[in-house]
Design a protein around this ligand. Sequence first.
Ligand code: NAD
Length: 475
Amino acid sequence: MDQILRPATRPVMEAIFASQRAAAQADPVVPRALRADRLTRLETALTEAAPALIAAMSRDFSYRPAADCELFDITLSLREIRHARRSLGRWMRPRQVRAPLHLMPARGRLMPQPLGVVGILAPWNFPVYLAVAPLAAALAAGNRAMVKPSELTPQTAAALEAAITTHFTPEEVCVLQGGPEEAAAFTTLPFDHLLYTGSTAVGRKVAEAAARNMTPVTLELGGKSPAVLTPSADLDRAARRIAWGKGVNAGQVCVAPDYVLVPRPQMARFVRRLEAAFLALYPEGAASPDLAAIITPRHRDRLRSMLHEAETSGAEVIRLPSDAIPAQQHKFPPTIVVDPHPGLQIMREEIFGPLLPVVPYDTPEEALTFVAVRDAPLALYVFGTRREEIDLWLAQSRSGGVTVNDTVLHVAFDTLPFGGIGPSGQGAYHGDAGFEIFSHMKPVMIQPRLNAGRLMEPPVTPRKRQLLGLLRRMI
Ligand code: NAD
């Protein structure tokens, strides 16, 4: 692993936190112009640093296609920033709320206010986007923020720190370097909100540390996201989009299709089409320039050992070629594993790599139960052409989000909230949802001069009792 540049010590973190908290308390009202200015500075920081960030991501992964870095980390981050800036007027406006009958003619409103100081812990798989997208939401909501990128992408983290330092004072936004030890210390700071993206196991520790300070958390975690083919699914289309969703970032995506459930009669045909789809996308297999490498040799070894266990248990394995890979690149070929036993590691743990188990089912009920008895996943993909088959899955399955007849893309549908459920996460962000998690949506009731408040005051006269009886029937 590359060395982490200047890991932040606890006293440094505490000092920066104290300065951000003091600045937030000194200026509790953050006008629209200042929020827009911070978003513009973030946009400039990202645009100026884009070439350095793209080069750093490619080095951190040992190989990552520049087009992927550009699209998934830079362009999507810019979209979040610009969408936030365009939405500021609408987001910051108090929402009028109708008073209930028993309090009329009072008026009500929800008034968004900044929370103060926000902590953001980012993972390595989209090291820029998963730091910048929550940061854009936090700044739009008028907060100050401290960001701790992953130690597994140290060069990207350093480039991000340099970009942010050029355009922000540490009292506004700062990027702190460090590994698990520094990350654990970071989570003990009494943030006004903490957003963590990463594994469920570490998410649990983050939630525990935050609970000690009563810090509210948003946990963006992972899980085994299934792709389900209903009997009416178009096999070619499903194969192509599932292969694409699994190939992006070499499967190192929180919402990558983890395994595929296929009606038994279509199984053999689907597996052939899936292989053809992978080959069409990555004709040179692991050596294809469009396939990212696995983040570290340790992560690649884990995939190898999962595959080895499945193969020795008798599962059929279909690999794309994996020769001609430059020695310094930790690449792994897209690989299909046909009908592995549910007890194997590949069917128990989130794969987070380009291995794709394909599992047959006999009835829709069996497939629904297969998903329902496992942890609720972050995403679910349904492929089908008959409305009632799709509706059955939408109504009867649980997952953070769903894309119908495609994979992964609901993440980029940033006018929809994005988040998990149960072990795959808590809370959601993107678009309006992001602004709201980083704001206190303060409920305000305004009592007009003419009101019924005195009805509740003692002494309770017979006339008041009569009116209260009438109220009970009306509400
Ligand atoms: P990870 O949990 O190992 O690390 C993420 C961050 O947590 C890093 O910054 C790390 O320094 C920090 N960390 C490590 N130990 C910590 C501790 N004890 N306390 C606090 N922080 C600590 O996750 P990862 O391996 O980088 O990412 C892979 C996982 O993230 C997968 O499960 C994936 O599904 C999930 N993920 C989820 C989303 C989402 O939006 N829901 C996005 C990307 C990745």
